[in-house]
Every structure is written in structure tokens, then in C-alpha cells.
Design a protein around this ligand. Structure first.
Ligand code: SF4
Length: 304
């Protein structure tokens, strides 16, 4: 590769390093520029200088993958952010500055030992903190763990979870590239009905909410999706009803939030028009994240 290329590369690294020192972790790059950069990148026989690798150990995404995460205000930026630092230091509250994975591990430890809701701590089998990619750009937030989730320690491990997986896959993603959690981390108890289920109470939601807020602050997704009325009301404090709120962009902790129906609702109401409404919400999410939407995807769940 030419000297000019290495001079340009060095200048770019200097600039990105300065930005990182100023607290900037992502910069927008247009697809045209990204393609040009990819075309100019050194080949395997001309490896990039080590300093490039120290900025990011991940390759630039070939398509708008949901990891890595965007700048906190990515929703207002052009798509295709590139990674400047994948191990962003995170200040826990209170606590030292930690790398993201270490901060998450500390959060997980606290959640697993949590007994703030004594009745839920006594009845649960597992604390279901969440699952997925810590660098996800998309976070789904459900209501509370069900019996299967409690058993396995995973959110959305049941039939509604299978439908959520299909929705994610229809968006062109996998569960590994998003983050899934619930507004309450322990299964709401049902004394005398071991297999029963109930909504979490307002008190339980308020007690557990700090865990979710910490997860959001740590992962910093570009978009939140609230699944169902309970999650939406718990986050927004609005009681307008999911039917009125779904499809309307909201904001939570400065992040765009899309309320939509819970997958369980779709299982109980297997109507094409309801599936279409959820899908239209997901199309909005994809557009907000700068993901490509094919004509085929646009046409899903429309009447034949
Ligand atoms: S629901 Fe949340 S706050 Fe309550 S015991 Fe479980 S982890 Fe703790």
C-alpha cells in the first residue's frame, strides 16, 4: 500500500483517538464512504498497522448488523456507524469505571443476589436478568419471566418467546444480535397456583426498574421496543393503552422507544391484521436503525 495511504490512515487514527479521548465512541459514515474505505483497505498481504487493530477488534459490518451499538443519539445520525471503541468504559452507580463486560458481570451478580421483593425471591428458581448482545443496537423489553423463563433463567424461553424469535428473524436478525429482557427480573409468584401467571404489580416494577435502567445505560441501544401494555406502562407511566400507543415513537432515557403488542397477544389473537400491526412497528424500528428493508419485507402480513 502506498505512503499516501499510510499517511491518511495515520491521520485518521489520530483523529479517532482524539475523538475517543473526548468521549465520542461512534462516528457516522455513509455507505458510499464505507465502500470506498473497504476498497482502499490493505489486503491480507499488506496487513494493517497494529494501531488499527487496537481501535477495534471487530471488522466493519458488511450490513447494518445490530451490533455494535451506536452513539447514544444514533437515531438522529445517518446509518452505518463504525466502531471506535468496543470496550467503552462504563461508570456504574456508585462504583469505579469498568469495562462494559465487567460492569455487566457486576450488575448480574447484584441481580442474582437481589432480595428486594422478598416474596418473589422466595418463590423464584432463577433471576432472569436478560440475554443477548451487550453491544446490541436493539433491545426488546417484555413484562416479567414466565414459568419456562424462571425454569431456564432465560427471558422469552416460552411460546411467546418462539414467536419473538420469528419476528427477530423476519427482521433479518438473530437473538444473538439483539438484547432481550423484562421490566421485572423475577417471576411474579402465584401462591397456590405453581403453574399460574400474573402481571407484576406496580410496586414490583418500581422496585426492579433500576436494574433495567442500568442495563439500558450500559448497553446503550439505538432503539428500545416495549412488548405489551405492562412494559410500556411501566416504562412510560402512561395508561393510554397499548392499542393507542403502539406504533407511536416514545422516548425512554433519551432512547427512541417503540411500543408494540406482546407476542403472547398475537398468539391469543391469530389475526393477520394484528400481525401486520406489529410488523409495521418493526419496519419503523428497522428504518430508525438504518437497516435495509426489502420490498418482500414491506409486504409481509398484508392481505393476499
Ligand atoms: S424482581 Fe427485581 S427487585 Fe424484585 S427481587 Fe427480583 S431482581 Fe430484585
Amino acid at each position: 500500500m502506498s505512503d499516501a495511504y499510510h499517511q491518511l490512515l495515520s491521520a485518521t487514527i489520530r483523529h479517532l483517538t482524539e475523538l475517543r479521548a473526548q468521549g465520542v465512541h461512534y462516528v457516522p459514515v455513509s455507505p458510499v464512504t464505507l465502500n470506498a474505505l473497504n476498497g482502499a483497505a490493505p489486503t491480507a498481504t499488506h496487513p494493517a498497522p497494529q494501531r488499527t487493530a487496537s481501535l477495534s477488534s471487530q471488522p466493519a459490518p458488511q450490513k447494518p448488523a445490530l451490533a455494535p451499538p451506536p452513539h447514544p443519539h444514533a437515531a438522529s445520525l445517518p446509518p452505518t456507524p463504525i466502531l471506535v471503541s468496543e470496550t467503552k468504559p462504563v461508570r456504574t452507580k456508585p462504583g469505579p469505571v469498568l469495562e462494559k463486560s465487567a460492569a455487566y458481570a457486576a450488575l448480574r451478580q447484584r441481580a442474582l443476589a437481589c432480595g428486594r421483593c422478598t416474596h418473589l425471591a422466595a418463590s423464584r428458581k432463577n433471576v432472569v436478568l436478560g440475554a443477548g448482545n451487550l453491544n446490541a443496537r436493539l433491545m426488546f423489553i417484555g413484562e416479567a419471566p414466565g414459568a419456562h423463563d424462571d425454569e431456564r433463567g432465560e427471558p422469552f424461553a416460552d411460546k411467546p418467546g418462539q414467536l419473538l424469535t420469528k419476528i427477530i428473524q423476519t427482521m433479518g436478525l438473530t437473538r444473538d444480535t439483539v438484547y432481550i429482557t423484562c421490566i421485572v427480573k423475577c417471576r411474579p409468584d402465584t401462591p397456590g397456583e405453581p403453574d399460574g401467571s400474573r402481571k407484576p404489580t406496580a410496586a414490583e416494577i418500581q422496585t426492579c426498574l433500576p436494574f433495567l435502567q442500568e442495563q439500558i445505560d450500559l448497553i446503550q441501544p439505538g432503539v428500545l421496543v416495549a412488548l405489551g401494555a405492562t412494559a410500556t406502562e411501566g416504562l412510560l407511566g402512561k395508561t393510554a393503552g397499548i392499542t393507542r400507543l403502539r406504533g407511536q415513537w416514545q422516548s425512554y432515557r433519551g432512547i427512541p422507544l417503540m411500543p408494540t403488542y406482546h407476542p403472547a397477544y398475537l398468539l391469543h389473537n391469530e389475526v393477520l391484521s394484528h400481525k401486520r400491526l406489529v410488523w409495521e412497528d418493526m419496519l419503523q424500528v428497522m428504518t430508525r436503525l438504518g437497516m435495509p428493508v426489502t420490498e418482500k419485507q414491506r409486504g409481509y402480513f398484508l392481505k393476499a
